[in-house]
Design a binder for this molecule. Structure first.
Ligand code: UN1
Length: 496
């Protein structure tokens, strides 16, 4: 049982006041920890600590900051198995997925460390031979990091890693659904001896902790991954602050497009992985399978058969494909979307619903809901993100219709096309609206050194992961004259 504490100024602090419990979503009997519900004064202390740590931290060399990150990698690697198990118990994802997530988080830190001896700016040309111009990146200050429950280890590190390397300090608010892994991450930070106040963490709710961080005028950059609704709220608040930059990563209604020449077995496997890993609770999950009528019959039959076979159960059993969903609210929301699909008149292929039996009754286990429906611009279930094991098969007659159906949603995060025809794949690549595109692959499983971010409602066009550097640094110009006299660009005369 974890006795949760906030981490402020390099110390775990005792907080008086209200607390919340974290239970295992696979077996709600199991209490994993009790955590503080932070309040305004805790937020002030954390922002203050991050602000005070900033001048010394940014004054260190970039290479030295990178070395701290490398040390953090070593500690997290040592703790990999215990972190993965805790993640699986806290989040409900299968142990194999939890291990992959821990690996992915460590990969981000390794990437960041690797860039610490690489250039962080450019040498820029000048019209004047004796002038040397440079683009030099500078840190911005205190960065707020607000992260979701579906990737409680990797996403914080995607956002915190680059922020720290570039000399910023951080106030981190993990999701209230996944405080345990965040707590362990701070223990590792403390062991490494990252200077006090460089990373601070506050437990609590979105309303009482998240939004006050968003509203705080001393937080110059806000990094958020979560729902489109909250992201939009954050963008509005940020727009009122004169020097605030915010980068929001906000979900998807992703599709796999199965074309007429597709390898159907590959299409089925890619679709099952994309739709049901993490029980569909990834922003990269596929909830729309847009299938050419020529392969529809075979694809549908095999997709339904394979889906029936996936093993759902105890996430710590490595033979299980997926575990429970995160909590009761999400479970009910998903079930409501299933009902809504039925009301919309879809053809139900697998009925979904709560799994029953001794191994399921104490958790939030759902079986997949699979349906077939014609393209329907008025359908709500074809447009909104469900974030659960809920997937539509949508028949289309040709490539043109596939592209039109793909783009008929406000989101634009991931597309995958299953085809052997590179010309058709190119049409998908050019004309679909997305941030991450795949050919003959699932929609999940991006690697950290690629840009990660969506179009339309899915993102603000400021990608995270490796390209976060553009958000957490200010590009400055620095120009030096080596001549004895002043020579101006643009042919300006300066005869005095
Ligand atoms: C998310 O679901 O919020 O591409 C992130 C993937 C993972 C990251 C998912 N690497 O599925």
């Amino acid at each position: 049982m974890i006795q949760g504490k906030n981490f402020i100024g390099g110390e775990f602090v005792n907080t008086k006041g209200e607390t919340f419990e974290k239970r295992n979503p696979a077996s709600t009997d199991e209490l994993l920890g009790v955590f503080p519900l932070s309040e305004q004064r805790d937020i002030e202390r954390a922002v203050e600590a991050a602000g005070s740590a900033y001048p010394q931290w940014r004054a260190l060399s970039r290479v030295r900051r990178g070395e701290y990150i490398d040390h953090l990698v070593q500690v997290l690697k040592r703790e990999k198995e215990s972190l993965s198990t805790l993640l699986s118990r806290e989040q409900g994802k299968s142990i194999t997925e939890a291990r992959a997530e821990v690996t992915e988080g460590i990969h981000m830190l390794q990437y960041v460390f690797g860039t610490s001896r690489m250039p962080f700016g450019d040498v820029v040309s000048s019209e004047i031979a004796e002038k040397d111009s440079f683009m030099r990146r500078k840190p911005k200050g205190v960065i707020g990091v607000i992260t979701p429950w579906n990737f409680p280890f990797a996403i914080p590190l995607w956002l915190i890693g680059p922020s720290l390397l570039e000399g910023n300090t951080v106030v981190f608010k993990p999701s209230r659904e996944t405080p345990c892994v965040a707590q362990k991450l701070m223990e590792a930070v403390q062991e490494v001896g990252i200077p006090l106040g460089v990373i601070n963490m506050l437990h609590g709710s979105g309303e009482k902790v998240g939004m006050p961080i968003v509203r705080h005028p001393k937080v110059v950059v806000l990094l958020f991954t979560g729902s489109a609704e909250v992201g939009q709220q954050i963008r509005k608040v940020s727009a009122e602050l004169p020097d605030r930059m915010c980068a929001c990563e906000m979900g998807g209604k992703n599709a796999i497009i199965v074309l007429d020449d597709a390898d159907v077995e590959l299409a089925v496997n890619a679709s099952v992985i994309s739709a049901f890993k993490t029980s569909g609770q990834r922003c990269t999950a596929a909830s729309r399978l847009i299938v050419h009528t020529r392969v529809l019959k075979e694809f549908q039959k095999r997709f339904v058969e394979t889906t029936k076979r996936i093993r759902i159960g105890d996430p710590l059993d490595p033979d299980n494909f997926t575990g429970p969903v995160i909590n009761e609210t999400q479970m009910n929301k998903i079930l409501q979307y299933n009902e809504l699909a039925k009301k919309e008149g879809v053809e139900v292929l697998l009925g979904g619903g709560r799994l029953k039996g001794p191994q399921y009754d104490k958790g939030y286990f759902l079986s997949p809901f699979v349906y077939r429906t014609k393209p329907n611009p008025k359908s709500v279930v074809l447009k909104e993100e469900v974030f659960g094991p809920h997937v539509a098969i949508i028949p289309v007659k040709d490539l043109e219709e596939a592209i039109a159906v793909h783009n008929d949603t406000d989101y634009g995060l991931v597309v995958s096309v299953i085809t052997e025809d590179y010309r058709k794949a190119r049409e998908i690549r050019e004309r679909c609206e997305y941030g991450l595109g795949y050919m003959n692959l699932p929609t999940i499983g991006a690697e950290v050194h690629l840009p990660f971010g969506g179009a339309k409602k899915s993102g603000t066009g400021l990608p995270s992961a490796s390209t976060l550097i553009d958000v957490v640094t200010h590009r400055t110009a620095w120009t030096v004259n080596h001549a004895r006299e002043i020579k101006m660009a643009q042919g300006m005369g300066v005869k005095l």
